[in-house]
Ligand binder design. Structure first.
Ligand code: SPV
Ligand code: MG
Length: 518
């Protein structure tokens, strides 16, 4: 099988019925292969067949029941619609004797049409029918009754293109050529878009005879199951418009599986049959796995790349519940579901809390100091900083307090607004060394993409080895020192300190007020 993969979900512009009518308009025979599941339909399409026959015999056999109207319309429709969904070529559905009388046929037409089936075939047998190749009972329906079904089908049809095939079983039931031709003409007059003349002998003669006597423009469909020596080209030359290889996929599958299963048990391993069975790569290809992977990259946010957050331990015990909840809710609102709040009984250091976080995380990690409360909007801006290590930088003059961690940025104030070269401000210095140059205050939150988080861990490891207690701001300073590019997400509000009991009281009051306003 070739390396080329198949696109299975192209949105074709034309309905299956329209495409089938276009095929009918082309010279030569339209060739169909039978299938009972989408995999078989794809194999038929891949082989180059013009369409797929949703075979009653195949579907019944695949369910382990005789082809005698045992399965219901819904079951057969379910399969036919799954074939239509799986391939681009038109699907022609074998609808047996129409599942009952004209009422059933009308219901059937609506359902098959809605499922995107290009053509339906109903046969002039009494319901319940028996597969044409089973010796014994083959009862024909009266012509008038069957014409009523055909007229009902045309009445029920909503779209102009759906093709109605009337299947003539006169040769199968032994009623002779004149009866077959007369029925065909009556069915064409009743509105059939095509007639299917079926036969069960090993010679193509009766079919060639029928074709030579058929004078109407209504196309003729043939099913050379038993008279298999004649080619599709010869049948087309004789006047057939559609040739259906109704059950060859099923029979090939039965032969191959029987052989394979026997070989495995005989040889006690599968080595002997490996080169005769399809490789798994072919199975994946037929499932549309390549396309699926492309869609995954395009449409699905991997769990592995979703952001996570770590809230570092605060300076003073447990926060009141409303503040804890507010903090988690702010993170959730900006799309962070995986939130770790360090703290509890053993009150780890910032370094321990950072190093306790699983190292293998492919998405960004937001780290929030325990002594700040950050609203969702600044967090959202931070999380959106993309591939950069970024810190939240409060550029409002109001925030310059004595215990603030100053940041020097490469952005400048111009006409009351801060502007940065290239549009994204960078941190150029952290800490007191250049406090006189401070442009902003570190607002207690930073984001680290996977690589940046690895650098942060390395800085934390080093500090642990040195035995020096350290804050998030100091670790950020370490990274800057180590040459990591640090972006500043500039804000002027949207965070509060929680350093003292007074801060906590004030923040609790504000959060309660916000809650009351909502
Ligand atoms: C089928 O495939 O179910 C058919 C064609 O009706 S045949 O079995 O050849 O009669
Ligand atoms: Mg059938």
């Amino acid at each position: 099988m070739g390396a080329a993969t198949t696109e299975y979900h192209r949105a074709p512009g034309l309905s299956g019925a329209r495409r089938l009518r276009d095929l009918f308009a082309r010279p030569g025979a339209v060739r169909l292969a039978g299938a009972h599941n989408p995999l078989g339909a794809r194999l038929a399409q891949r082989a180059g067949f013009d369409g797929v026959w949703s075979s009653g015999l195949e579907v019944s056999a695949s369910q382990g029941v005789p082809d005698t109207d045992i399965l219901t319309m819904s079951e057969l429709l379910g399969v036919a619609s799954s074939l239509a969904a799986a391939v681009d070529v038109p699907v022609v559905a074998d609808c047996d004797a129409g599942y009952g009388n004209a009422h059933n046929v009308m219901h059937m037409i609506r359902r098959y049409e809605a499922a995107g089936i290009a053509a339906v075939s109903i046969e002039d047998k009494r319901f319940p029918k028996v597969n044409s190749f089973i010796p014994g009972r083959q009862e024909l329906a009266p012509v008038g009754e069957f014409c009523g079904k055909l007229a009902a089908a045309k009445e029920a049809q909503r779209t102009p293109d759906l093709v109605l095939i009337a299947r003539i079983e006169a040769l199968i039931a032994g009623w002779g050529m004149d009866e077959a031709l007369a029925r065909g003409e009556a069915y064409a007059a009743a509105g059939a878009d095509a007639v299917l003349i079926h036969a069960k002998g090993s010679s193509p003669e009766p079919i060639l005879d029928f074709l030579s006597q058929w004078t109407l423009p209504t196309p003729v469909v043939v099913v050379p199951t038993t008279y298999h020596t004649i080619t599709a080209t010869e049948l087309a030359e004789a006047g057939a418009k559609m040739v259906i290889y109704a059950n060859h996929g099923l029979r090939a599958g039965i032969a191959a599986m029987t052989d394979t299963f026997a070989s495995i048990l005989r040889e006690d391993r599968t080595t002997g049959i490996e080169d005769r069975i399809a490789p798994l790569a072919t199975v994946f290809d037929l499932q549309g796995m390549a396309e699926h992977k492309r869609h995954e990259a395009e449409f699905i946010t991997s769990y592995e790349t979703r952001p996570r957050a770590l809230v570092l331990p605060g300076p003073s015990g447990e926060l009141p519940a409303p503040l804890r909840e507010h903090r988690i809710a702010a993170l959730r609102r900006c799309g962070v579901e995986d939130v770790t709040v360090a703290g509890g009984q053993d009150r780890p250091s910032a370094v321990d809390a950072l190093l306790a976080l699983p190292e293998a995380h492919h998405g960004p990690t937001l780290v929030v100091d325990g002594d700040v409360l950050v609203e969702s909007e600044p967090l959202r801006l931070l999380a959106a900083a993309g591939a950069d290590v970024a810190v939240l930088a409060d550029v409002s003059a109001a925030s310059r307090r004595a215990d603030a961690l100053p940041l020097a940025l490469n952005s400048v104030t111009q006409g009351g607004r801060r502007v940065a070269p290239g549009g994204a401000a960078q941190v150029v210095a952290v800490g007191a060394a250049r406090a006189q140059d401070a442009d902003a205050e570190f607002a207690g939150a930073a984001v680290f993409p996977a690589e940046g988080f690895a650098a942060l861990r390395a800085a934390a490891e080093k500090r642990r080895a040195d035995g020096t207690p350290v804050t998030l701001g100091e670790l950020v300073a370490d990274l800057l020192q180590a040459g990591v590019r640090i972006r500043a997400v500039e804000v002027a509000s949207g965070w509060m300190e929680l350093r003292t009991a007074d801060d906590v009281r004030r923040a609790t009051g504000l959060v309660a007020e916000q809650g009351a306003r909502r």
